[in-house]
Design a protein around this ligand. Structure first.
Ligand code: NAD
Length: 288
């Protein structure tokens, strides 16, 4: 068995992502110890019983004092208050990282909490997950074969960056660096907009009269398109607020295109429709 390369990992927010990260790191054996804090005591007990973490601490101060690396996996709009709490402790020599789905908001939260972006803060985002949430859904192999985007900032400590990349690699993921702004724009179109459309479509159908009747006739296409509408409402509320600017830009582009399609249907403009559908099919066929 390989010797652990890193000291104590503390996961704050032991839900789907935090729990999966803890489990993966523990399984890989790269940290001496994996600890957790969560405001849900039940989650901590379940995680310890299932071997997802070595142990948990009730007091954040106690946990932070023991930690060498701190992973924040709380909902995005809770990042600021957790960073504020952390700012009261001695963080000398410790690395802070996160798994939040929007990255500019994280840097802004850090500036509020610390007055500047700390060099030992390494923002990250695993492009993996599911529509489930909570530690009960955590899996050690959640990140295997998935990409993790780390978004270094101008002040970053390169040793801290290397440690965070090594941890994600140990979870079986592929680590890529990306500019913060680019991250938020890419995720707005590839993840946030599709979730918005799925939530909106299912809500429209669900609030129709006789919706039970409608859902009974829904087939595979509906299932594929709307699976993500079962995602956690609070998490998505946070994401749309945190990444508001990029989401609004993506939504504006999309609604312009949708308006053109509506006009094409009205005018029975087959050439336009076939153009859109064919380009989309070719693009989707290339995506594995
Ligand atoms: P989750 O709801 O499963 O877990 C969040 C955990 O944080 C819960 O256990 C909750 O009790 C805890 N928590 C909330 N506020 C807290 C606080 N102030 N202090 C301590 N604990 C607190 O959510 P998740 O899906 O694991 O998401 C966590 C983070 O990961 C979010 O920032 C999300 O944007 C990001 N993320 C999620 C996915 C996904 O598909 N679910 C994918 C990538 C990134």
């Amino acid at each position: 068995v390989a010797q652990p390369r890193f000291g104590t990992l503390l996961v704050i927010g032991l839900g789907l992502i935090g729990g999966s990260f803890a489990a993966a790191i523990r399984q890989a054996g790269v940290c001496q110890q994996v600890l957790a804090c969560d405001r849900n005591a039940q989650s901590l007990r379940i995680a310890k019983a299932r071997g997802i973490i070595d142990d948990f601490r009730d007091q954040l101060s106690e946990a932070v004092a023991e930690a060498d690396i701190i992973m924040l996996a709380v909902p995005i709009l809770s990042m600021e208050s957790v960073l504020l709490e952390l700012s009261h402790f001695d963080l000398e020599g410790k690395i802070i990282t996160d798994a939040g789905s929007s990255k500019r908001s994280l840097l802004e939260a850090a500036e509020v909490a610390f007055g500047e972006i700390p060099p030992n803060l390494v923002p990250g985002h695993p492009i993996a997950g599911s529509e489930k949430s909570g530690v009960e859904a955590a899996q050690a192999d959640l990140f295997v074969g998935h990409k993790v985007l780390v978004t270094p900032h101008a002040m970053i400590d390169h040793e801290a960056l290397a440690v965070v990349k090594a941890l994600w690699l140990a979870t079986g993921s592929e680590v890529l660096e990306m500019d913060v702004q680019r991250h938020d724009e890419v995720l707005a179109v590839t993840s946030h907009l599709p979730h918005l459309l799925a939530f909106s479509l299912v809500d429209t159908l669900a609030t129709e009269r006789d919706n039970q009747e409608i859902f009974r006739y829904a087939a595979g296409g509906f299932r594929d398109f709307t699976r993500i509408a079962a995602s956690d409402p609070t998490m998505w509320h946070d994401i749309f607020i945190a990444n508001k600017d990029a989401v609004l830009r993506a939504l504006r582009d999309f609604t312009l295109d949708l308006d053109k399609l509506r006009a094409a249907i009205e005018a029975e403009n087959g050439q336009y429709m076939l153009g859109v559908f064919t380009r989309a099919k070719v693009a989707r066929d290339h995506f594995t």
